[in-house]
Design a protein around this ligand. Sequence first.
Ligand code: UDP
Length: 497
Amino acid sequence: MVVIKCAGEIVTASVGRIADTGKVLEVEVPPRSPDLLIPFVNKRRGSALAEAAQTVSHALQGRAVININSTARGGGVAELVQGLCGYAKGAGVESRWLVIDGDSEFFRITKRIHNNLHGEKGDGGPLGEAERGHYERVMAENVATISAKVRTGDIVILHDPQTAGLAAAMLQAGARVIWRSHIGHERHDELVNTAWEFLRPYIQQADFCIFSLAEYAPAWLDSAAVRVINPSIDPSSAKNEALGLDAARDILAQVGLLDAAPVTAPSFRREDGSQAPFIHRVEALTDGALPRPDDPVVVQIARWDALKDMAGVMRAFTRMEHAPADAHLFLVGPSTSGVADDPEAGVVLAECTAQWRALPDAIRHRVHLVSVPMDDREENAAIINAIQSHATVIVQKSLAEGFGLTVTEAMWKGKPIVASAVGGIRQQIIDGQSGILLPDPWDEAACGQAIGKLLTNPTWAAELGAAARERARELFLPDRHLLQYAQLILETMPEAA
Ligand code: UDP
């Protein structure tokens, strides 16, 4: 289990809303041997990683790589930091993970920046001097605790807008600073530019800035300081390890998502190697009838965020023509009390619920809104894995997407995917080869048609899924990601070259 240290005390991962505890948190990530990756890549890739880790650890001379973000669970960033931090530690590179604190106004402002950077208005509020004042006050409140944990020569990786304002203080503490943006938009219109201008005084100070796509970088950033690094997924984690069909069914039956009893009591493997039973059940808004084990299931997994367009997936599915009459839809997100930095989640879920209630009876009983408890991160990951592994078709109909780890996860599970051709999804799926891309993310009819085609053509669907898995193996596993980090860390230390 992940243990979260809070100002020296140990707080377990079962804490509800972490950011309300009023303190900077240190998440203790257990080391993971990079050898765990060898079965999924090959010896050559494994050796290249071991060699790079040795070079970095030698250059760091005991100094640390410190990741700082705004939530210990829920969403792609926490997922990434967890995996990479573990492998870096396992490879002998001292790596740590700190989580900042903020009040609800701070997260409202940073969510606005997030939405604007994706080209969306969000709550439509301003990003002016009052917002900057509040943002900087919260940053200042975090600085004292964080600076005490940073030593001269450490490499600090700040993730996303929530932590950009720490750059100056980290430099002052003697660290080399990398700011990493997991979001962005190819089109730099007025809205997007306003959000970048808000961040400009902070991120311009970083030694390097990382973007998931080259087009996301604002033009005023010195191109010599810009790097493009795609995210990755961990194939040996509870989220992505291979689950047999029967194991996935038993988990779904156990947590309350299938009309069946588990054949054997399912359990999941924790990072410390122990087996644990599934304690929590999902909160599913269903109309009585859960799918039977052999019914086709269409799935979208995402935070309850307007840009993920869960409501649009529901409309696409319910208006789909020629769909098999036994197909079900799962719209799956984290339990809304579980993600600290996402103030919109409750509203989005409430809107989806209202839309679901208004569906005609016959279709409503095949649509299920599922909230997965976040109390135990590893249990949550195992449930998500089971849902993805059981899915017949996986959808990611995002209106905007920084990268889209849920797409990578679905690719790795060899699933046929229907996804919008936006942001990082375009980088991942080759249309017609490793999935189906929707040119217009708003086109619900096209989305429904693509889902229907995959449901009715299992041979083709399996071919797309198999190609997706090979593409994920080649491009989106942690060894490639860690090699790019290693190279950048060495660049921040010209004296070590
Ligand atoms: N996720 C999860 N539980 C949920 C919903 C999402 O663990 O109930 C995970 C999902 O599997 C993925 C991450 O959260 O690893 C979402 O990352 P993505 O890049 O798709 O989107 P983001 O949330 O960062 O916008």
